[in-house]
Design a protein around this ligand. Structure first.
Ligand code: NAD
Length: 285
């Protein structure tokens, strides 16, 4: 069994991003990322501060627009309009979830697609579905990078994705289809989850339910990617896979923490760098 080390790989990627940014700076380009943080959800705050720190280390200028939970939709749209027009900003990220009074789709659709480093704008979603160059959501993009690094080619493999959100499961499905995999995608209404997971060469889980995938649900030598993040009452962080019993059956598996999580941040930095390069095509060779 090989443990896929997302922490180590993400550090390598972050170093490369930093190097490229140092080169860009010689032609006067500093990539800029604007983050919108609405409300005081502790997990969102933690994610945003991790992203801020990663930007700083990589040499990306970042600014966090903090807004109260009670903010109106129009006010957020106004701020977004201002950031869309700000030339120093190459990437825009709206930390989800947003408060109930806000129409998340409306907000995401307002982001300039050329600055949509999370890849959630329908323009980028459509391009991904059509297998065209686009901004791809960071978590599934990070999983694809792990496959590349560990020599795992999804082409011709049977893949089962558990979780079908716009952020995780659906973009994962499209990336894998584009890579030539046969993909099965399960969700809360799936009748018999085990019937799907147990025949897959690769199982990718992003649900948010500790212990959802037990050892009887995966076949021998399967590749298991755990995207889930769950905090147990004890304070321990775990994924959706019962790691202890599932890992011995696998050919490859990702741990939680130290698996997919760090890759998500590394991909955000890469996407921001990509946005900066795209927006400065004349200055970048
Ligand atoms: P979500 O709530 O938007 O979607 C959850 C999906 O799981 C839905 O499609 C739902 O139908 C499905 N589901 C729920 N219960 C199920 C069950 N019993 N069986 C099968 N499917 C079920 O969540 P999300 O934003 O996609 O996040 C999912 C998980 O991934 C969370 O734990 C989240 O913290 C984690 N996550 C991790 C990263 C990372 O960087 N590692 C990034 C994003 C999300």
């Amino acid at each position: 069994m090989t443990l896929i080390n997302g922490k180590e790989l993400s550090q390598k990627i972050r170093k490369n991003v930093k190097k490229e940014i140092e080169t860009l700076e010689t032609v006067g380009i500093t990539p800029g990322l604007a983050v919108l943080l609405v409300g005081d959800d502790p997990a969102s705050k933690t994610y945003v501060s991790m992203k801020e720190k990663a930007c700083e280390e990589a040499g990306i200028y970042s600014i966090v627009h903090k807004m109260p939970n009670s903010i109106s939709q129009n006010k957020i749209l106004e701020i977004l309009d201002m950031i869309n027009k700000n030339d120093y900003i190459d990437g825009i990220l709206v930390q989800l979830p947003l408060p109930a009074q806000i129409d998340t789709n409306k907000i995401l659709e307002t982001i300039d697609p050329s600055k949509d480093v999370d890849g959630f704008h329908p323009f980028n979603v459509g391009r991904l579905v059509s297998n065209l160059d686009s901004f791809v959501p960071c978590t599934p993009l990070g999983v694809m990078r792990m496959f590349e690094e560990y020599g795992i080619d999804p082409k011709g493999k049977d893949v089962c994705i558990v979780g079908a959100s716009n952020i995780v499961g659906k973009p994962m499905l499209n990336l894998l289809l584009n890579a030539g995999a046969t993909v099965d995608i399960c969700h809360i209404f799936t009748k018999d989850l085990k019937a799907h997971t147990s025949k897959a060469d690769i199982v990718i889980v992003g649900v948010g339910k500790a212990g959802l995938i037990s050892q009887d649900m995966v076949k021998d030598n399967a590749i298991v990617i755990d995207i889930g993040i769950n905090r147990l009452e004890s304070g321990k962080l775990v994924g959706d896979v019962d790691f202890k019993t599932v890992a011995p059956k696998c050919s490859f598996i990702t741990p939680v923490p130290g698996g997919v999580g760090p890759m998500t941040i590394a991909m955000l930095l890469e996407n921001t760098l990509k946005a900066a390069k795209n927006r400065n095509k004349k200055k970048v060779k």
